[in-house]
Write a protein that binds this ligand. Sequence first.
Ligand code: GAF
Length: 390
Amino acid sequence: MNQQDDRVRAQALQSGFREVFGQDPDGVWAAPGRVNLIGEHTDYNEGFVLPFALPQSTYVAARRRSDGQVRVHSLFTEETAEFALEGLRPGSVDGWAAYVAGMCWGLREADVAVVGVDLLIDSTVPHGAGLSSSAALECSVGLAVVELSGTVLEPLALARIAQRVENDFVGMPCGLMDQMISMLGEAGHAVLFDTRSLTPTLVPLAPTGDAEVLVIDTRAPHRLVDGEYAERRRQCEEAADALGVTSLRELSDTETEVAELLAPLTDETLRRRARHVITENRRVSEAVALLRDGDLAAVGERMRGSHLSLRDDYEVTVPEIDLAFDVVSGAGVLGARITGGGFGGCVIALAPLGVHQQVEEAVTAAFAEAGFSAPAVFRAPPADGARRVL
Ligand code: GAF
């Protein structure tokens, strides 16, 4: 989304706000979804991730109120929710509005003097596709509420509040990647984020300008996502415990062979989970060095390694995802992998310019033959993070 499109969308929301609430909003804010180039299920193991922000964003038009109430209307569900700031607690609001109420709760917990607001929300981030529509909602609402409450927060501080909201208000035990990139994304760059030191480093993407990232949204319904995710996280903690380290990251930083590191683990499932995390951290570090050298073919190989590890060791893929990966890998791309938490969602491909159509045709035909819903294929240029638009 370029700045022009951003403004057009924000102006449409501004007039929508007048229709719904009968007054002008004080401003319009936006925060993007993301894809993760590589580094999956590492962020809750103090590891490395390499995501970038998408042009697709969630937009929030907001106006301050003086009575401590929050009214929020969503144009993507056509529903309205209303709640008082006083007395907000985990469990008091559910559904999509829990992310909005959760941000108000989380900001209050972080000692922000949150004011009441009217909010109108719209989004271009595909919902339920593993592209972080929930982080986009949290961060856009958070940015609006913070500013209207007369406070300034560092982007990473707001990201951490949004993560706490997911963990403690919504009940999803996620890491920090999605909220971090929604706040810190920069056009033309991925962000290498060390989730132990909380240090972001910008990595220019495709510096030679001869490749692009394609997203293949399989439209596979998310299955068992929260329970399975929580279980993976528990297994990693158990593996770290059994190996006598505080997190699996500690083992990723050594030169030691993975088999040797894992030798003390007797449980086969825990061994495979830990092997994924350790090898994935190493692949992220390698991919960053290779990107800087412009060796995109080798980056593609690391992406392929990541997918196979997520399929075989971490077991977070589904048939639609594996089919998309297989087909796309044979359609002239440099590399492909599942992106996001898994159990549905999207495959991304690092592709030379000019193969987009070939990829789209191949995956569409294969999905039709397999009896799956038609997939969507689109380009993903790295875009900016959360921002005030109007
Ligand atoms: C989901 C989570 F929200 C992230 O924190 C991350 O763990 C990801 O799955 C897997 O890498 O998007």
